[in-house]
Design a protein around this ligand. Structure first.
Ligand SMILES: NC(=O)c1ccc[n+]([C@@H]2O[C@H](COP(=O)([O-])OP(=O)(O)OC[C@H]3O[C@@H](n4cnc5c(N)ncnc54)[C@H](OP(=O)(O)O)[C@@H]3O)[C@@H](O)[C@H]2O)c1
Length: 320
C-alpha cells in the first residue's frame, strides 16, 4: 500500500480506503463483511469510512464494523483510521438530522457505542445545514475534538465557498473534506480542490467508481445482484445509450492499458495528488482486490487523458 499525507496534517492515509455505506448492513452475511474488512486491512488499507446512517437498517454498518473490530482487529486499533459522520436523517423528531450541536454530539455518542470505540479518528459534518448557523455546527466539531471524541474533523458535501468560510471560522484544524469525485462527477475541479489545496485541507473522495457505473458491472446489462438492480441509490434510468457509449469507450482505453475499467477510474481520480484517498465500496473481496490493483497501474499519459476527456464530454453534468 502507498500512503498519502492528508493535507498539511500529520495523518497518512492509504490511497484506497474502504467505505461501508452499502453492503455491510444486517441485510447481508456477517461473514462476508468480515472477510472484506479483514482482507482490506491485511492489504494495508488502514482507513475505514462509516457514518451514523450506513447500512440497512441505518446504524447496522457501524454495528458490523464494531463486531469485526472486537473479534478480529482489536489489537490493531492504533493502526486504524476510523471515520464517522452525522448530517442525514438518523432518528425521528427534530433532533435526528442536519447540523445542530444537539444532533451532532448525540449522534457521535451513538456511533461510538455502536462501534465499541472511545473515539473516532475523523468525524465529519455530513452535509451543510442551511438553517443552522455555520458557527454552531463548527463549534460542535471543535468541542468534539476538545472532548477527545474525535482526533480530527472534516466536512462532507460542502461547496468550495462554504468550505473556505468554514476553514476561517473553525478554531481547530479543518483537516479533511469528503466530496463526491469521479470521471462522472468532476464538480470538485470547479474550485473545491483549489480551496483544499490552498489551505492544506486533505481530500478524501467518495464514490470514485460512480457507485459501480465505472466498472465492468453494467457494460452488458444490469446484473441481478448489483446495486442498480436493488434500485436504492443508483437508478436504472441513468444508464442510457449515451452513457453506455462513454463507458464502453473508457473500457477500451482501460483494456489498452491492461487495466479493468474500475482500475482506470481509480488511477484517473488519483492523478491529482491533492486527492489523498479514494473511498471505494465493494460487495466482494475479488472486487476490492481488483480495485487495489489500480495502484500498480502506469500513470496516465497526456494522450490518454485527452482521450478520456473527449469520451466524458458528452456525459458531463449527467444527473447520477
Ligand atoms: N460523504 C458522503 O456523502 C458519501 C456518500 C456516498 C458514499 N460515501 C462513502 O464512499 C464509500 C464508497 O461509495 P460507493 O460505494 O458509492 O463507491 P464506489 O466505489 O463508487 O462504488 C462501489 C460499488 O461499485 C461496485 N464495484 C466496486 N468495485 C468493483 C469492481 N472492481 N468491479 C465491479 N464492480 C465493482 C460494487 O457494486 P455492487 O454492490 O453492485 O457489487 C460496489 O458496491 C461509501 O461506502 C461511503 O463510505 C460517502
Amino acid at each position: 500500500m502507498t500512503y498519502r499525507r492528508l493535507g498539511n496534517s500529520g495523518l497518512l492515509l492509504p490511497q484506497i480506503s474502504l467505505g461501508l455505506w452499502q453492503n455491510f448492513g444486517d441485510d447481508g452475511p456477517l461473514e462476508r463483511h468480515r472477510q472484506i474488512i479483514t482482507h482490506a486491512f491485511d492489504r494495508g488499507v488502514t482507513h475505514f469510512d462509516l457514518a451514523n446512517n450506513y447500512g440497512n437498517p441505518p446504524g447496522s454498518a457501524e454495528a458490523t464494523f464494531g463486531t469485526v473490530l472486537r473479534d478480529d482487529l482489536s489489537k490493531h486499533r492504533d493502526e486504524l483510521v476510523i471515520s464517522s459522520k452525522a448530517g442525514y436523517r438518523m432518528w425521528p423528531g427534530p433532533y435526528g438530522e442536519w447540523g445542530s450541536r444537539k444532533y451532532l454530539i448525540a449522534s457521535l455518542d451513538q456511533s461510538l457505542r455502536r462501534m465499541g470505540l472511545d473515539y473516532v479518528d475523523v468525524f465529519y459534518s455530513h452535509r451543510p445545514d442551511p438553517n443552522t448557523p455555520l458557527e454552531e455546527t463548527l463549534g460542535a466539531l471543535s468541542d468534539i475534538v476538545r472532548s477527545g471524541r474525535a482526533l480530527y474533523v472534516g466536512l462532507s458535501n460542502y461547496d468550495a465557498e462554504q468550505t473556505a468560510l468554514a476553514s476561517k471560522i473553525l478554531d481547530v484544524p479543518l483537516t479533511v473534506h469528503q466530496p463526491r469525485y469521479s470521471m462522472l462527477d468532476r464538480t470538485p475541479e470547479q474550485g473545491l480542490l483549489d480551496v483544499l489545496g490552498g489551505r492544506g485541507i486533505g481530500c478524501v473522495a467518495f464514490s470514485p467508481l460512480a457507485q459501480g457505473l465505472l466498472t465492468s458491472r453494467y457494460l452488458d446489462g444490469t446484473p441481478g445482484d448489483s446495486r442498480m438492480a436493488r434500485g436504492d441509490s443508483l437508478r436504472e434510468s441513468v444508464l442510457n445509450e449515451g452513457l453506455l457509449t462513454t463507458l464502453r469507450g473508457l473500457n477500451a482505453v482501460a483494456e489498452e492499458r491492461g487495466q479493468s475499467l474500475a482500475q482506470l477510474a481509480l488511477t484517473w481520480a488519483l492523478r491529482d495528488d491533492r486527492v489523498t484517498s479514494l473511498i471505494v465500496g465493494a460487495s466482494s473481496v475479488a472486487q476490492f482486490d481488483d480495485n487495489l490493483a489500480a495502484l500498480d497501474g502506469a500513470p496516465l499519459t497526456d494522450d490518454e487523458l485527452t482521450r478520456i476527456d473527449t469520451l466524458l464530454a458528452p456525459v458531463a453534468g449527467a444527473d447520477l
